[in-house]
Design a protein around this ligand. Structure first.
Ligand SMILES: Cc1cc2nc3c(=O)[nH]c(=O)nc-3n(C[C@H](O)[C@H](O)[C@H](O)COP(=O)(O)OP(=O)(O)OC[C@H]3O[C@@H](n4cnc5c(N)ncnc54)[C@H](O)[C@@H]3O)c2cc1C
Length: 482
């Protein structure tokens, strides 16, 4: 799709959660704005987001939730080993309740506030996920006020003057193959990081990147970062992804087919026995309660398998689960588990290995320590106490009744966080810590400032909330410089 004009006050690259927040803020301020989206449809990974972080919101007050901003700030400083930017976190916390109210005014509906496992009650859940927030509220609001959206078009280059000031973009329209030159007073990068770029993951990711299973829109190819680096931006905070723990590793079908399905829940969220590439246990499997930590534990192994016997599968499918699936689901058993296993067997899916004896399973997977590990695990289960890894007793199910199943696990990830260094105004910085004039980054392209090596899932919704926050901050700064 071609842009209607040749000059704009603002060009936003990417129409996901952060780009949409920036567009709505720009609409409210009357900026002549163009949003460029390379996908056929708008929304990016933002369409799947469950909820945004805030404290001090009306919703929390109604639910009797009180959280101290100072305590939360201290928590994040400790959690990130002070790699997160204190000043930006402080600004973000202070604006978070306003941002939720702003979204409500635009027409975004919320289900209420929830926590995630061991985290705080900060997760303001959208009715109908981010798709609703974007397509029923933010985008219509922006369009009504004249913001132009073009899809199936990608920015291929940033324009700079001799002082490296950003002056516009080159955009390629996929249908006509035409390249348009667009002049802009400011450009915001909102391209959602590089989770879907294998080459970049291999180069920059902190640990076994080959075992990352992206669970997002598939559109995050790192273009925004590349464009900024070419324009002189610092490479910053690379190598970190929002890992959410184990995820079925199956290359022959799209990864989302197993996301939050019964087979994924049984092998990850119900904390069954996990073993690594030699068949040893390596962690208290209930680490899933803080799923970013589960991601760290799993990614450090060369391979990981969840091991379940038929009795445990029957128990999960027919009777009860060791932990509740609330607030995301009211279900109390995994009634589709057996059907999914049968289907995987019928289709010869490679993540699944089945054997009648533990010895055969060990042989098929070449796991020399598996038999000894299962023997020890069964002793711990019988004693009711996991003396080796201290897993709570409710997760202790023996592995005795064949057939025996191994499900190979990779590590699921929702997005990368980082690649660029930004200041409090979301201006992109160079190696000397000086801003590149007229260039801003928001959302996943900029969120290295929020984290250290691990996503702070103890404060649920903080990445999505930052998309809203950073989008608004960048536009307010652009308006103030006008
Ligand atoms: C399934 C899922 C659930 C999540 N749930 C939560 C949650 O509940 N809470 C939370 O805090 N976080 C959550 N996240 C993480 C995070 O909030 C989201 O990934 C969020 O969408 C990031 O927003 P963004 O604007 O940075 O990127 P995106 O929303 O992915 O948008 C980027 C857009 O830029 C476009 N683009 C890329 N390159 C170009 C180019 N060169 N030219 C034009 N367009 C381009 C892409 O096509 C895409 O549409 C979730 C992520 C996923 C995948």
């Amino acid at each position: 799709m071609l842009a209607k004009e040749k000059q704009y006050d603002l060009v936003i690259i990417g129409s996901g959660l952060s780009g949409q927040a920036a567009a709505a803020e720009a609409a409210s301020k009357g900026l002549k704005t163009l949003v460029i989206e390379k996908g056929r449809t708008t929304g990016g990974s933002g369409n799947y987001v469950e909820g945004v972080f805030a404290i001090g919101s009306k919703m929390q007050k109604n639910q009797g939730i009180e959280i101290s901003g100072v305590d939360l700030l201290h928590d994040e400083q400790q959690f990130s080993h002070f790699e997160a930017d204190t000043q930006i976190w402080k600004d973000y916390i202070n604006e978070s309740a306003n941002n939720v109210e702003w979204l409500e005014k635009l027409g975004v509906k919320f289900k209420g506030v929830a926590t995630l496992g061991a985290g705080l009650n900060t997760w303001h859940l959208f009715e109908g996920l981010g798709n609703h927030a974007i397509h029923d509220a933010m985008q219509p609001y922006s369009k009504k006020r004249g913001v132009e959206f073009i899809t199936s078009s990608a920015v291929t280059e940033l324009l700079q003057d001799q002082k490296r000031k950003i002056t516009g973009v080159f955009v390629e329209d996929f249908a006509s193959k035409k390249i348009q030159k667009i002049e802009a007073k400011a450009v915001i990068l909102a391209t959602g990081g590089y989770l879907n770029n294998r080459e970049m993951l291999t180069k920059y990711f902190n640990s076994n990147s080959n075992r990352i299973v992206p669970m997002n829109s598939g559109k995050s190819d790192g273009t925004g970062l590349r464009l900024a680096w070419e324009a002189g931006a610092k490479k910053f905070g690379l190598g970190m992804a929002m890992m959410f723990g184990g995820q079925i590793k199956e290359d022959s079908v799209p990864a989302f087919k197993f996301w939050k399905t019964d087979i994924g829940i049984a092998s990850c969220e119900m904390a069954p026995l996990w073993v690594n590439e030699v068949g040893n246990r390596f962690v208290d499997e209930s680490v899933f309660r803080i799923w970013a930590h589960a991601g760290n534990a799993i990614i450090r192994q060369e391979k990981v398998y969840a091991i379940l016997d038929q009795a445990t599968i029957n128990e999960f499918a027919e009777n009860k689960l060791p932990r509740s699936l609330k607030p995301l689901s009211e279900r109390t058993r995994l009634d589709q588990l057996k059907g999914m296993i049968k289907e995987a067997e019928a289709n010869n899916l490679s993540f699944l290995t089945k054997a009648d004896t533990v010895g055969d399973l060990a042989k098929k997977l070449d796991l020399p320590e598996l038999e000894a590990t299962i023997k020890r695990y069964n002793e711990l289960v019988a004693s009711g106490e996991d003396k080796d890894f201290e897993k709570p007793a409710n997760y202790l199910y023996s592995v005795k009744k064949g057939p025996f199943y191994a499900f190979e696990l990779g590590v699921g990830a929702y997005c990368t966080m980082g690649g660029l260094r930004v200041n409090r105004k979301n201006e992109v910085l160079n190696d000397q810590g000086r801003k590149i004039d007229n260039l801003y980054a928001i959302g996943s392209d900029a969120s290295a400032v929020l984290v250290g090596d691990t996503y702070g899932v103890n404060v649920p919704g903080s990445e999505a909330g930052y998309c809203i926050y950073s989008g608004r901050v960048a536009v307010k700064e652009i308006v103030s410089q006008k």
